[in-house]
Design a protein around this ligand. Structure first.
Ligand code: PLP
Length: 712
């Protein structure tokens, strides 16, 4: 160990190989200090960075800046982290050590340099992995490596979204090929009636957790199947079912090849539900038992998280598609076509029903959950037909509310402030309310200054991005006035999300004259920063986005309404750390949870949100702002108008006056009190450590004890 990493270059390379660095600002600052321009140019990718800077140059810069001890310290910290055994998991999850949790997800959002996520679902999976690592819970992730990721977004001069697909350079990512006996790459193979699918796989180290990613771009595949893992959520149903075969069956096979016996199968959303079937097949073969017994046994250690109340979010496949792709595998399970289809049908007798991945998962798991209290309720209603004899409240779907990985989303400056008041060890104790109560000891002025400097950082970031956008589009006004775009002394609202219709990204634009008054107010104006992608085939979402883009292009609003292209991890990080207010106005009750508002709270921003998802259980009257009172209407148009009315009213009567109110010494005293109250009342609840702990206590440990008693 010592000799291999004896020089700085080697140590930096070792740091770059484990995504642990992504949530440790002291490592990030090494790269920014070495060469801030290059760091930005390589999109914060340390491996790409190291390829563009020679070891000699690093030595030279490190000496100039006295970086040696900081690099050594970071390296030591990472090794200590990897070896630490005084963790929550070590004390409580002993029986997962030999049989870890295997966590399947179609996307993982870990960092902007690894674009294998599209939005909230992926970011959540990434945060889950990071917190499991921090807490020492034995967990392995399984996903797909998308060669072209989701897509990069640009808008044209008309504000219409255009998608660009860029190939990942695997050599610039911290991926190790997964090898088996004698160092040969492991290839998994799945037979289908239209030819076999092969995949190789890659390992990614995320702190202590390992993430395995399957990749179909191998020579043994047909040209079409080589493209299977090109894009996230692209293609038709056939491509989709083949991707899901790869993720579920391929993923479970890979785990077997590695001699890992899952103590728990955790399916994050239905995409990976075929994993259950491969686990059943293995159990049938291994224990020589028939399908129905193996199904029962595997269900004892399978848990399932559903993520959306939107019907289109649940994959459904026709019998023909299922037979063509899963038919050969079905025969191995000894099931007829009808018996197989029945696994994915709410009513097994109904031959017209499609095969639904969520139904398969619900029928085959020990525990199932939605991702907020309100989403739990909505899911019980939605899936009640699966348990027709039960009243709605008895439907066996509970909830565990999502949380965010705090160190990934907290600004370093805010981290330092917390360290001085909440104590050195606060990151390992963040599920305790008493830790967060100490934010009240932070000086008002100091908190405000920190927040303002983060806001200024956001504004500089946005101006840089806008300048690039404006140059491309030839928007001379923007170029000319770039330094006047956005003002740090103005109430700044952030509004970024996927442009799915139910999220109603344009709600705040629905009464243009009323909005104009707020924006142009002489003493108490507001400004808005928008960002977000629409799905490439969602024209309605694109029209919404275009409406916003056109507002931002119009001369009247050029300084106060902006649209930042290509919403990703990096844009999100800047936004959640710098805004005063985070606006979220989905059509209730369609937001399963929402997590970006939780990231905002940590950094001192306040939520202005419809009482849906997490905000429904989080809002207490003074830790942010509510839009409306949780009402709903059957007619979406009526609900839209009502919520718009509530939104303007809350802005005019509550948010804006409070923001601009100052006490005699010029301090935004009451606003700051609200910032602190938000942190104190929400920080300990809506973080991923709390979420993962809930999963461990309520799902993983009972499931794992089922596997150990069954087989030993
Ligand atoms: C946190 C995050 C999300 C989740 O957003 P919600 O709208 O709160 O569900 C989506 N995309 C990115 C890039 C994020 O960082």
């Amino acid at each position: 160990m010592k000799s291999a990493y004896s020089n700085l270059h080697e140590r930096l390379r070792a740091l770059a190989q484990n995504l642990w660095w992504t949530w440790h600002p002291e490592v990030i600052s090494l790269f920014t200090d070495l060469d801030p321009h290059l760091w930005r140019q390589v999109d914060h990718n340390p491996i790409a960075f190291m390829k563009k800077i020679t070891p000699e140059k690093i030595e030279e810069r490190a000496s100039e800046l006295v970086l040696h001890s900081r690099i050594n310290y970071a390296f030591r910290r990472m090794n200590e982290y990897m070896e630490r055994n005084k963790t929550w998991g070590f004390m409580h999850c002993g029986n997962l050590n030999n049989r870890p949790v295997v966590y399947f997800s179609a996307e993982f959002g870990l960092h902007e340099s690894l674009p294998i996520y599209s939005g909230g679902l992926g970011i959540l999976a990434g945060d889950h992995l990071k917190s499991a690592s921090d807490m020492g819970i034995p967990l392995i992730g399984v996903g797909l490596l998308y060669q072209q990721g989701y897509f990069s977004q640009r808008l044209n001069a008309e504000g219409w979204q255009e998608e660009e697909y860029i190939d990942l350079d695997i050599t610039q990512l911290p991926l190790q090929p997964v090898t088996g006996a004698r160092g040969k790459p492991i290839i998994v193979r799945i037979d289908t009636r239209s030819g076999p699918i092969h995949a190789r796989s890659w390992k990614l180290q995320v702190g202590r957790a390992r993430l395995f990613l399957l990749d179909s771009n191998v020579e043994a595949n047909s040209p079409e199947d080589r493209q299977l893992t090109s894009r996230l959520y692209g293609g038709d149903h056939r491509l989709r079912i083949r991707q899901e075969l790869l993720l579920g069956i391929g993923g479970a096979r890979l785990v077997q090849e590695l001699n890992i016996f899952p103590g728990v199968l955790h399916l994050n959303e239905g995409h990976s539900a075929f994993a259950i079937l491969e686990e059943i097949r293995r159990t049938m073969e291994y224990d020589q038992i028939p399908f129905h017994r193996a199904h029962r046994r595997v269900s004892l250690y399978t848990v399932f998280t559903t993520h959306t109340p939107v019907a289109a979010g649940h994959d459904r496949f026709s019998p023909e598609l299922v037979e063509d792709n899963v038919g050969i595998f079905r025969e191995k399970l000894g099931l007829s076509q009808d018996d197989f289809m029945a696994l994915g049908r709410v009513n097994p007798q109904d031959k017209s029903e499609l095969f639904c991945m969520t139904v398969l998962a619900l029928k085959s798991s020990r525990r199932a959950n939605g991702v907020s209290a309100i989403h739990g309720t909505v899911s019980r209603l939605m899936w009640n037909p699966l348990w027709p004899s039960l009243p709605e409240e008895k439907v066996p779907i509970g909830h565990i509310t999502n949380g965010v990985h705090v160190l990934s989303w907290l600004a370093p400056q805010m981290y330092q402030l917390f360290e001085t008041r909440l104590g050195q060890d606060w990151p390992t104790r963040m599920v305790h309310p008493d830790i967060w109560a100490k934010v009240n000891e932070i000086d008002d002025g100091e908190l405000w200054e920190t927040h303002q400097s983060l806001k200024m950082r956001l504004i500089r970031f946005v101006r840089r991005r806008l300048l690039m956008q404006a140059k491309r589009m030839g928007h001379h006004d923007t170029i000319k006035h770039i330094d006047q775009i956005l003002d740090p002394n103005i109430l700044t609202i952030g509004c970024a999300r996927r442009f799915a219709t139910y999220k109603r990204g344009d709600l705040i634009l629905s009464q243009p004259e009323r909005l104009a008054k707020l924006i142009e107010h002489s003493r108490q104006p507001i400004q808005i920063i928008f960002a977000g992608k629409a799905h490439p085939r969602d024209d309605e979402g694109k029209r919404l986005l275009q409406k916003i883009a056109r507002f931002s292009y119009s001369r009247a609003y050029i300084r106060r309404i902006v649209f930042v292209e290509n919403y990703d991890y990096n844009v999100a990080r800047h936004l959640v750390q710098g805004v005063d207010v985070w606006l979220n106005n989905p059509r209730r009750p369609l937001e399963a949870c929402g997590t970006s508002g939780q990231k905002v709270v940590l950094n001192g921003g306040l939520n202005l949100s419809v009482l849906d998802g997490w905000w429904h259980e989080a809002y207490d009257g003074s830790n942010g702002f509510a839009i409306g009172h949780g009402g709903m209407h059957n007619d979406p148009e009526v609900q839209y108008q009502r919520d718009a009315e509530y939104l303007y009213e809350t802005l005019e009567k509550e948010v804006i006056p409070l923001y601009y109110e100052k006490d005699a010494s010029g301090i935004h005293h009451r606003w700051i009190a609200r910032m602190k109250h938000a942190m104190e009342s929400l920080g300990w609840r809506f973080n991923a450590d709390r979420m993962v702990k809930n999963y461990a206590e309520r799902f993983y440990l009972p499931a794992a004890s089922a596997t150990s008693t069954e087989t030993e």
